[in-house]
Design a binder for this molecule. Structure first.
Ligand code: RP5
Length: 207
């Protein structure tokens, strides 16, 4: 303590500057590359990002479909606008961990899928989320209208789109996984059987 008081004012300000620079550098690195001591994520085949926690209800069916097909996934919240550095970091860390497909759900000026597509050559699937003001047309156009070279495979709005995002991700992964292709076909066979059954029930009801 005594020693600190004996430091000249120029030494103190030099030290403060050094500490500030160190803090600045460590904060910057946190967002630009894997964090110091960061052990990496468990490999998730599919990474799902949603722009806000308020999107959760509309996105959760995506997880259900992926799990039903035995596909590992990681889901979190990250915003293209509110947390651009976090979004960038998540993409690079999960890409390094082996993620194959990114699914991004966002509403309003929905730039999340586009921002992710700008950072990875892995397929990016966008789920436009509806909002009250424009009913989802805003998010749909923002997600689908990507400039050439940076595609976002845009699915339907909200829950239906969330399910199809999972099916599309599964089909992409199935290109290199015949067992997964079999599971997709088995699920489709069940869907067809369900339609047949529903058709018979309706016909009987109104006979
Ligand atoms: C988007 O803005 C989110 O994806 C969400 O759909 C919308 C509203 O976000 P909150 O204000 O509810 O967080 O970025």
């Amino acid at each position: 303590m005594k020693q600190e008081w004996t430091l000249s004012s120029s030494t103190v300000s030099k030290k403060v500057k050094q500490v500030r620079q160190t803090e600045y550098i460590s904060v910057s690195l946190d967002y630009l590359r894997p964090r110091a001591g960061f052990k990496g994520y468990d490999m998730a085949q599919v990474v799902i990002l949603m722009g806000s926690q308020s999107d959760e209800d509309k996105v959760s069916p995506c997880v259900e479909v992926l799990k039903s097909l035995g596909i590992s996934c990681f889901i979190t919240v990250s915003s293209a606008h509110r947390t651009p550095e976090r979004t960038e970091r998540l993409v690079s860390e999960h890409e390094a961990a082996g993620a194959q497909v990114f699914i991004c759900a966002a509403g309003m000026a929905a730039h999340l899928a586009g921002a992710v597509a700008a950072r990875t050559t892995r397929p990016v699937i966008g789920i436009p989320v509806s909002s009250v003001a424009l009913g989802g047309m805003d998010a749909l156009l923002a997600t689908v209208q990507m400039p050439p070279g940076f595609p976002v495979a845009t699915v339907a709005l909200d829950k239906a789109g969330a399910r199809n995002a999972a099916w599309l991700a599964a089909q992409i992964l199935a290109l290199a996984d015949p067992a997964l292709a079999d599971r997709i076909n088995a699920a489709r066979t069940k869907m067809r059987a369900d339609v047949e059954k529903a058709g018979e029930e309706i016909s009987r009801k109104y006979a």
